[in-house]
Ligand binder design. Structure first.
Ligand code: GLY
Ligand code: MN
Length: 478
């Protein structure tokens, strides 16, 4: 199907009065609450600008599924593009063209200005997108500071900077233009790092789908199948539940598990392989991110189980430190400490712990971070260090990470209730390593859960997805 005809025949505009079935999934109260929290970061004369993603011009002109910029969705619940949100202390202005009925025939119904006003009554004004360049400098007059989303659209970035320079230089006696431009992330990273009850509940709901996807694989896998067949089971479970994949699923059998972001998923599964699956469902723009490692034939051998237990112990330790009073650097080193002890016991590392830590000698076996923030992005918005003006009073004072990183004076962002992060340590013994026993080569294990930081003990959001070897084996043998 091609829209060539439409291109050729520009004179007759089609308007078929298509049924206007629109669904706004994000509760309005949730959006109002987020906008109000955003405003609490603004001073009287500040202005905050945010772009939607811009529709991509794909070279083959075929249609693409549109994916909204997570910040724009977070603050509007709108899947529209191109659009620009402008927030000041008193106003919320949206720049967005009324949808073209003929365009809607091809790409689906888009909310019009009235429909948006009915959904988001708090919006002060909706203006055509095409008027943004002309109107924005009226909004910028006598503002002192701009929070601006650099990097989404080069054309607009250039325009704003260029015009601003011009206007600041030529400003008349009674007009001022802002000279302070700060990346919009400064606010967005602090705003989004803590989740609302709505977000937490949705992530719990999606976790059920993710759980079923992993368990459906365990129940159906057999040696001799191909990795992509397992990916198909994951996708089927996601799609049957009206969910999507949060990121391309990693289905890595045998030594493919040593490739951290393996996505080829095209190898044949051998009888004695472990299979690492890193896959999560995504719905309502929110994500889950879960890794489990299990034996193709349904039973771990003793070496596999031995290494698995070390990773599980590292993960349990890291989860233990995922609570107020600590920071992600603490949980990272809590995991590394367990892994180093294991590698020393196994005589894979022979140096002192101090030397191992200082020279990072564990890195051939464990080379990635133990966790990341999770939410509307899989690697979610949120600073890991407290340098920004909105989090510089949130520095973690724990001594734990300093025990492991002697010279560390970095201001790590402390854990606070309602943050969600992953905890995902692993051990990877690449076939090319000459420092490990022959039977260990090609084993890669990662265990990943999603954790809600609470006032007290961490809540494991994925606690219903088994990870004890015997529990996995029981399900696989059913
Ligand atoms: N799930 C992939 C990652 O966290 O990088
Ligand atoms: Mn992850």
């Amino acid at each position: 199907m091609s829209n060539e005809k439409k291109e050729l025949n520009k004179t007759t505009k089609l308007n078929l009065n298509l049924p206007r079935k629109l669904s706004f999934e994000l509760p309005k109260e949730e959006i109002i609450n987020r906008i109000n929290r955003l405003k609490s970061f603004l001073d009287n004369n500040d202005i905050f600008i945010l772009y939607s993603n811009f529709p991509s011009n794909h070279p083959d002109a075929i249609y693409q599924k549109f994916r909204q910029n997570s910040d724009f969705y977070y603050l509007t619940g709108l899947n529209i593009a191109p659009a620009i949100l402008v927030i000041t202390f008193s106003d919320v202005i949206l720049f967005y063209n009324e949808p073209d009925p003929e365009e809607e025939l091809w790409t689906g119904i888009k909310p019009n200005h009235n429909e948006i006003k009915n959904y988001l009554e708090f919006i002060t004004d909706i203006l055509p997108f095409s008027e943004f360049k002309e109107k924005i400098f009226q909004n910028l007059e006598n503002k002192t500071k701009i929070y601006y989303p650099f990097g989404i659209n080069q054309e607009y970035d250039y325009f704003i900077l260029n015009q601003l320079e011009h206007r600041i230089r030529r400003s008349r006696s009674n007009v001022y233009f802002p000279t302070t431009i700060i990346h919009a992330y400064e606010i967005l990273f602090e705003l989004r790092i803590k989740k609302t009850p709505y977000e937490i509940n949705i992530i719990k709901e999606i976790m059920e789908i993710t759980k079923n996807a992993h368990i459906n694989v365990w129940k159906n896998v057999k040696p001799g199948m191909f990795e992509y067949e397992l990916e198909a089971i994951l996708l089927q479970t996601f799609y049957q539940n009206n969910a999507d994949f949060a990121y391309p699923s990693i289905v890595a059998s045998g030594s493919n598990a040593c490739i951290l972001h393996y996505t080829s998923n095209n190898a044949k599964i051998n009888t004695n392989d472990l299979i690492l699956i890193d896959a999560g469902a995504r719905k309502y723009y929110l994500n889950t991110d879960i890794t489990r490692t299990f034996p193709a034939k349904g039973k771990f051998n003793s070496i596999q189980k031995h290494i698995y237990q070390a990773v599980l112990e590292a993960q349990n330790k890291a989860i233990e430190f995922s609570k107020p009073g600590y920071c992600m650097e603490d949980s990272h080193f809590a995991a590394i400490n367990v892994l180093i002890d294991f590698l020393k016991e196994e005589k894979i590392l022979k140096e002192s712990k101090d030397e191992i830590l200082e020279k990072e000698l564990y890195k051939p076996y464990y080379m990635h971070r133990t966790g990341h923030w999770l939410g509307y992005d899989v690697h979610d918005r949120g600073f890991y260090l407290s340098y920004s003006s909105f989090n510089k009073d949130k520095i973690c004072t724990s001594r734990l990470h300093k025990e492991f990183k002697k010279n560390s004076h970095l201001p790590y962002r402390k854990f606070e209730p309602n943050m969600i992060c992953t905890v995902e340590p692993g051990l990877y013994f690449s076939p090319g390593l000459d420092t490990v026993p022959e039977e260990w080569k090609g084993i890669g294990i990662r265990i990943e859960d999603d954790i809600l930081i609470t006032e007290n003990e961490p809540e494991i959001l994925s606690k219903n997805i088994p990870k004890i070897p015997e529990e996995i084996e029981t399900i696989m043998q059913k």
